[in-house]
Design a protein around this ligand. Structure first.
Ligand code: 1GP
Length: 240
């Protein structure tokens, strides 16, 4: 497996182009010491609001990546592009249909060296992404592990993303999934509302994604950066 630069990321803030963010908050996020800012959302993401947020983040040195949830919002200028492929849905459009349609249209323009697929396993039934993609969230542990193995060992995706957006997940399960991966980096996101949960997630996953709390409680959001960075990850390293 290629060692992507983002394999060193421990902490990531995810910002939604469809949500207002003040200059002060954005400044605090971008200078917080986080490893990257990931731009993405489940609805209301357009080319215009994506470019607007990117150009504001671009004033800072922090790495900036776009999670491409629809080809209409794919804008040039990001450091990295992450393409979600939802593994636990029976709607093939969300696994590979939309991605194939986008490749058909834009294939020659894609910066492959900075583009990577994320194998998404969405586990919170109340998350907007779960509803949108028809994700089958009521999975037992063996099935979640099977999805992760599919992504890591068969599809050789560089990222497995356990997505609990809006709810804190089962860290034992997260850790078990992480322990089974041999090539992929495990991203965890969902319900991190401060330092304590950030530490728990940082033990169980390689990369911790923090979203909503930026908008709800900036101080608590900022505390997650140090909490993650000071926590030893129990999983094997994926930086080499
Ligand atoms: C959302 O995984 C991220 O895609 C983060 O989740 O917004 O719940 O922090 P939260």
């Amino acid at each position: 497996m290629q060692a992507y630069p983002f394999f060193t990321w421990r902490h990531v803030f995810k910002l939604d182009p469809d949500r207002e963010i003040s200059e002060e908050t954005l400044d605090a996020v971008c200078t917080s010491g986080t490893d990257a800012v990931l731009v993405g959302g489940s609805s209301g993401v357009t080319f215009d609001n994506t470019v607007e947020l990117m150009s504001r983040i671009r004033r800072y040195e922090v790495d900036c990546a776009l999670e491409v949830s629809g080809s209409e919002a794919a804008a040039p200028g990001f450091d990295y592009y992450f393409i979600p492929m939802v593994l636990n849905t029976s709607q093939i459009d969300w696994l590979s249909g939309k991605q194939t349609a986008a490749l058909r249209e834009y294939g020659p323009f894609i910066p492959w060296e900075t583009t990577a697929a994320e194998g998404y396993i969405i586990l919170n039934p109340d998350a907007e992404a779960a509803r949108l993609t028809g994700a089958q969230t009521g999975l037992d542990e063996r099935t979640v592990l099977a999805h992760a193995l599919m992504a890591d060992k068969l599809m050789r995706l560089p990222i497995v993303y356990l997505e609990y957006s809006g709810r804190f997940g089962d860290m034992d399960l997260v850790c078990k999934v992480g322990s089974e991966l041999s090539g992929a980096r495990l991203f965890y996101g969902g319900g991190i509302d401060g330092a304590d949960k950030a530490r728990q997630a940082a033990e169980a996953a390689h990369t911790v994604v923090v979203g909503n709390v930026v908008y709800d409680n900036l101080e608590a959001a900022l505390q997650t950066v140090r909490a993650v960075k000071d926590t030893f990850c129990l999983l094997p390293s994926k930086t080499n």
